[in-house]
Write a protein that binds this ligand. Structure first.
Ligand code: BES
Ligand code: ZN
Ligand code: ZN
Length: 503
């Protein structure tokens, strides 16, 4: 999909369709924006007439196609609903564009639009532009590598934005930014959608090394093999890895800016279970079907690193992934086994299906050892997070309120929803073990997302840390406005916002 900027007005840009916008007004009416009104005036009220006739209400993503009754350059005018004016945030535009992309891509190759001034009063032009571009690109994504008959490309060939001369630079840069964000998100989606037989720890490690090779001055990658991990004391990670024949890989990525000016050192940790069978506590029935997605946290980290050299954060960033499948075999860990994490804490593994937290005990310990001043981890950690927050919202935890506030702001700007849950101190004792320092499952069925987060907290010491349980939003069983079924790349855009310190 190519984005072009034009100085011409919308009616004199030749395209298959010009998009114009309207808000929803009450239940049954709509409020046209100035691009709608201008076009409608040119067409002597034809657009309004058709909208009224079709009972258009301006709901988010609602679309009405008008074939102009007069000679103008676009072959169609498509009116797009943006939802209620009171609810309008840039993400509403991202999602409306996403829905429209899915509706129109079969019929239309080129689109033109302008960003209505009514929207720039309360939102920055750059934010709106990025949201539009992300909506177009992300909604066009499909994973069809293994389909015999490939679905016709879902993307528009070209999107032409009518812009004022003065806004050109801002809009151009915002589109470039959106392309980076969307590419990083789609890389994460591809990894999550891949079959586990392909997206192995070795595949993830090779990809990390390729990412580093592309920007050797800024990014380095070290893959820690099993023997070395043993020497380093990563017994927790290896206790989960030992059932599988595929070699485990501990991936360590490091980005260093050309000039390090700050003491800040951020670690991004991703859960990297390439398939979660549950281990000897095997998952029942169809609970296993989507478990190739259990490396979505790792995919988020790799997606971010794939563009980090373009984003160029001003401070160092590490990426850490303990990658292994969680399989069943005679060699595997059994309930009651004890493993010592790198930081010296012992873990009693009472349920091999609570494997992610055990592997992450080592990745978090290693992040601390490497001098992280801040850690953010992404993990498809608990089914309980889906019970609590559903598939749209990630569960955020942090031991530092300022950090949590920054992450919430970055997530809001990215259009990724998170909701903070408490690291309730009183619940720590639920993770107590009779024989080791901590148990990998609590002694209650309640508050599973919180107790899992409290388990992770035991491995970060005093380091500022946030954990996002992405079990819900990382993988969808029905398409969303801007994503197809399957991997969503959740967390990539939030993290990129954090790296740019724009909150
Ligand atoms: N990978 C799962 C969590 C999960 C479930 C992610 C559904 C996405 C969708 C995790 O390893 C797991 O199995 N957690 C257990 C923990 C329990 C044994 C304490 C769970 O949530 O049931
Ligand atoms: Zn599990
Ligand atoms: Zn898991």
């Amino acid at each position: 999909m190519s984005f072009e900027l034009s100085n011409k007005s919308l009616n004199s840009i030749s395209s298959d369709a010009a998009l114009v916008f309207a808000f929803q007004k009450g239940e049954k009416d709509y409020l046209p924006l100035e691009d709608f009104i201008e076009m409608d005036n040119l067409l002597d009220g034809q657009i309004k007439k058709i909208c009224d006739l079709e009972k258009f209400t301006g709901q988010k993503g609602e679309a009405i196609t008008v074939i102009p009754n007069k000679e103008i350059l676009p072959s169609r005018v498509v009116v797009i609903g943006l939802g209620a004016k009171e609810d309008f945030v840039a993400d509403q535009l991202r999602r409306a564009i996403g829905l429209v992309t899915k509706k129109l891509h079969k019929k239309i190759d080129s689109l033109s639009l302008t960003i209505p001034q009514a929207l720039t009063k309360e939102n920055e032009l750059a934010t709106l532009t990025s949201a539009i571009a992300e909506g177009f690109i992300l909604a066009s994504y499909t994973f069809n590598k293994y389909k015999g008959e490939k679905e016709k490309g879902r993307e528009f060939a070209s999107v032409i934005l009518s812009v004022n001369k003065d806004d050109k630079k801002v809009i151009h840069d915002a589109i470039q930014k959106a392309e980076l964000y969307a590419n990083a998100t789609m890389l994460a989606r591809d990894l999550v959608n891949e079959q586990a037989a392909f997206a192995t720890p070795t595949h993830l490690a090779n990809l990390a090394q390729d990412i580093a090779k592309k920007s050797p001055k800024l990014v380095t990658c070290k893959v820690i093999e099993k023997a070395e991990a043993e020497k380093m004391g990563m017994e927790a990670f290896l206790s989960i890895a030992k059932a599988a024949d595929t070699p485990p890989k501990f991936i360590y990525l490091e980005y260093k800016p050309e000039k390090v000016k700050s003491k800040r050192k951020l670690a991004l940790v991703g859960k990297g279970i390439t398939f979660d069978s549950g281990g000897i506590n095997v998952k029942p029935g169809d609970h296993m079907n989507d478990m190739k997605m259990d490396m979505a946290g790792a995919a988020t980290v790799l997606g971010v690193f794939s563009v980090i050299a373009d984003i160029k954060p001003a401070f160092p960033v590490m990426g850490l992934i303990a990658a292994t499948p969680n399989l069943i075999s005679g060699k595997g860990t059994v309930p009651g086994d004890v493993a010592k994490a790198m930081n010296g804490k012992t873990i009693e593994i009472l349920n091999t299906d609570a494997e992610g937290r055990v592997t992450m005990a080592d990745s978090l310990s290693y992040a601390v050892k490497q001098g992280a001043t801040e850690i953010i981890d992404f993990a498809t950690l608990t089914g309980a997070a889906m019970v609590a927050l559903g598939t749209d919202i990630g569960a955020l935890f942090s031991n530092n309120q300022d950090f949590a506030t920054k992450i919430k702001a970055a997530a809001f700007d990215a259009g990724e929803k998170v909701w903070e849950l408490p690291l309730e101190k009183e619940y720590k004792e639920l993770n107590k073990s009779d024989v080791a320092d901590i148990a990998n499952i609590p002694n209650t069925r309640y508050a599973g997302t919180i107790t899992a987060a409290l388990f992770l907290e035991a491995f970060v010491g005093n380091t500022i840390w946030a954990h996002i349980d992405i079990a819900g939003p990382a993988f969808l069983n029905k398409p969303s406005d801007i994503s197809s079924k399957g991997g969503t790349g959740f967390g990539v855009r939030t993290t990129l916002n954090i790296l740019r310190e724009i909150y």
